[in-house]
Design a protein around this ligand. Structure first.
Ligand SMILES: Cc1cc2nc3c(=O)[nH]c(=O)nc-3n(C[C@H](O)[C@H](O)[C@H](O)COP(=O)(O)OP(=O)(O)OC[C@H]3O[C@@H](n4cnc5c(N)ncnc54)[C@H](O)[C@@H]3O)c2cc1C
Length: 289
């Protein structure tokens, strides 16, 4: 299907893009990889009058450690994350997640910034960023502000970004030694969105007990969810069969699934329980218990 007509704008700098967002207000949308926005336009679920293509702005795609954070530019493609030796060696949760998003064609264009800014609870990166305790950098006319990931997802397809802000960077605290993470996703077929998925990131203390647990849930609520009670249940405990069983049960309670074409709500709750157990088990193995 052909999308409705729109004006195509191609700024060369972030300030220019922000000025265009301000000028055209609710009529304008940022175009990054176009892998969510263009399909929505073709289905007439979005009808922006102005597309502001930020792909020609230099300096928005990078992956680097700096000042205690892994910093990822908003325009960094999934394929770049997947191929990054730094991400592969130190951030296995991120590599797990990127690898199960769509297919290689989509991943060549889709960006991390777009994946988060879209605010779709079915997208995979939001739960992973919740588990990692990430921060989002939003740049607008007044400069930069840093939004903790727990405050970023407001409601279905709505984020904390203001209309004239661009997501320019994602910051992930560099995990201390004895940290590990894993992402487990059930999809109906390869390349599909999750029926349900779970992201886990653990840090262990020198006795092998949990110092920090981050658990994010995909596609089981109106927004990506933080499984807070499951996280709290692991604090100070060794990860063993008993603590994993308890945390998995609590994660299933933290989920807010609804029944749809991918299955009934109770089935999805059961999935969250099982996927949490598997993700915890791999995360603790990677943390070097
Ligand atoms: C066949 C197919 C299968 C897919 N499967 C999955 C999957 O399994 N898991 C998954 O997570 N995703 C999946 N996706 C979605 C894909 O990952 C999208 O690319 C991603 O959700 C959006 O990133 P994008 O760069 O393409 O953003 P775009 O489509 O360009 O933009 C999406 C939205 O975010 C806004 N936006 C984009 N970038 C910014 C920015 N820097 N600042 C502010 N606003 C911005 C846009 O204005 C728009 O509203 C799939 C897509 C397709 C086509």
């Amino acid at each position: 299907m052909i999308p409705p007509a729109f004006e195509y704008l191609r700024p060369k700098t972030v300030p220019e893009a922000i000025a265009l967002l301000k000028q055209h207000g609710d009529e304008a949308k940022i175009l990054s990889g176009g892998q969510s926005l263009i399909p929505m336009m073709k289905l007439r679920l979005a009808r922006p009058g102005y597309l502001i293509d930020i792909n020609r702005i230099s300096g928005l795609a990078y992956i680097k450690e700096d000042g205690g954070f892994l910093k990822i530019g908003g325009l960094t493609r999934e394929a770049e994350l997947e191929a990054s030796p730094l991400v592969r060696s130190k951030y296995p949760l991120l590599t797990d997640t990127t690898a199960v998003i769509a297919d290689p064609q989509v991943r060549n264009l889709a960006t991390l910034g777009g994946n988060l800014a879209h605010g779709d609870p079915a997208n995979d990166h939001p739960a992973t960023m919740i588990a990692l305790g990430a921060q989002v950098v939003a740049t607008g006319a007044k400069g930069e502000r840093v939004i903790p990931i727990e405050k970023f997802f407001v409601s279905l397809f709505v984020t904390a970004l203001a209309q004239d802000e661009i997501l320019t960077e994602i910051r992930i605290p560099i995990p201390p030694p004895r940290s590990g993470g894993a992402y487990f996703k059930l999809e109906r077929k390869v390349g599909d969105f999750a029926t349900a998925a779970v992201a886990v990131q653990l840090t262990l203390d020198d006795k092998g007990a949990v110092q920090r647990a981050g658990i994010g849930l995909t596609n089981v609520g109106p927004t990506p969810l933080k499984a807070s009670s499951a996280e709290a249940s692991l604090q100070g405990k060794k990860v063993n069969d008993a603590s994993m069983a308890q945390a998995s049960q609590l994660a299933a309670k933290d989920a807010q699934p609804s029944s749809d074409l991918r299955g009934p709500a109770e089935y999805k709750r059961g999935l969250i329980q099982e996927l949490t157990k598997r993700a915890l088990s791999r995360a603790v193995q990677r943390a070097g218990q």
